[in-house]
Design a protein around this ligand. Structure first.
Ligand SMILES: [Zn+2]
Ligand SMILES: [Zn+2]
Length: 339
């Protein structure tokens, strides 16, 4: 994807004014670079929005970055995470250990964290490789793509859409924006017209939207994501404080742009399928789509993510009546319907 220049200032801890600070917390070995962790002032002690990746270097950057802004990590009163992914929730447990802070997240992501804790290593591996085989990956490739992240700390508080975060004297409201994860939330700082967008709306890139297991037909994450973009558009031209890249104005305009991008991608996929009349597996569809590198150069883990994304697009096209699922086949296959 084309690259706009990164404002340099956001790569160091910053006082954003109005009792809000940002600290870039590195994600070692990941091209995203860093998670922007925000601190919001409150009389009980600052509340963090996200915490960063669980790694000693990240912890040093978070605690040191807060200290450089005059905040001792032991005074943090709470961590509200936008979603359960490790670059957001990973360090929440360590912040809690250092400060006694509560951890809050949306109840749908909290349920996934509970599942991650309940699943053993081997159950997780067989769940993942079965899912990959059902999508049409060959068994060897399915084994190579298996990975198990360390589950984040379980939350102490579970949020629902519209809930106010415990932040005395201020209004920080959870806006449920499912899509990237089922329980992703943006956080609207209503007294300052600012929206913490997590991974939902980023200034240049777009978040991964996948469906897991790939062959589920009872959920539609991409459809949810598009609805969640509309939800953000309705909030108006707020300043966006995203978890990656850089801060930007007018979140509604960017949300509309991302929606447009996905509509085009859906249409391209529909047209591609219409040219291939035979039923295709999710894996075959993923291999036909355009990724930032040729399919043959993607690692097994990246191919698995691409398949999740292809599956999400197929599911949305199916829900819209553009594609038909042939469930009797193993692996499941998809075919374009005449429009
Ligand atoms: Zn994420
Ligand atoms: Zn992220």
């Amino acid at each position: 994807m084309k690259s706009r220049r990164r404002p340099y200032a956001q790569q160091r801890p910053q006082d954003l004014g109005g009792g809000v600070w940002s600290v870039p917390v590195p994600i070692p070995g990941n091209p995203l670079g860093y998670t922007l962790v925000y601190a919001v002032e409150s009389p009980k002690g600052p509340v963090l929005v996200d915490a960063g990746w669980n790694h000693p270097e990240a912890w040093k950057a978070l605690s040191g970055g807060l200290a450089a802004l005059g905040i001792d990590v032991s005074t943090v009163s709470g961590v509200v995470v936008t979603h359960f992914h490790p670059d957001h929730a990973g360090l929440a447990g360590q912040v809690k250990e250092a400060s006694g802070a509560w951890i809050a997240m949306h109840e749908s992501d909290a349920a996934l964290v509970d599942l991650m804790h309940a699943y053993g290593e081997s159950e997780h591996a067989s769940f993942q490789s079965d899912m990959l085989k059902r999508a049409g990956a060959d068994p060897g490739e399915a084994m190579e793509a298996v990975s198990r992240p360390t589950p984040p700390a379980k939350p102490d508080r579970r949020l629902r859409d519209g809930d106010l975060v415990d932040l005395p004297g201020r209004k920080l409201r959870a806006v449920h924006t499912p899509g990237h994860t089922p329980g992703h939330i943006c956080l609207h700082l209503e007294d300052a017209d600012r929206l913490f967008t997590g991974d939902h709306v980023l200034p240049d890139i777009t978040p991964h939207i996948g469906i897991y297991p790939f062959d589920r037909d009872d959920i539609d994450p991409l459809g949810d994501f598009l609805d969640s973009l509309d939800r953000v558009c309705e909030l108006g031209p707020l300043d966006a404080l995203p978890a990656h890249e850089w801060i930007f104005p007018d979140v509604a305009a960017r949300a509309a742009e991302i929606r447009h991008h996905h509509e085009e991608k859906l249409e391209r996929l529909r047209a591609l399928l219409a040219q291939r009349p035979e039923p295709l597996t999710i894996w075959e569809v993923a291999a036909m789509m355009t990724w930032n590198r040729p399919w043959g150069e993607l690692s097994p883990v990246l191919r698995s993510m691409a398949a999740g994304e292809a599956a999400a697009h197929l599911r949305t096209l199916e829900a819209r009546g553009g594609v038909r699922r042939i469930s009797g086949l193993d692996p499941v296959r998809f075919q374009a319907l005449d429009s």
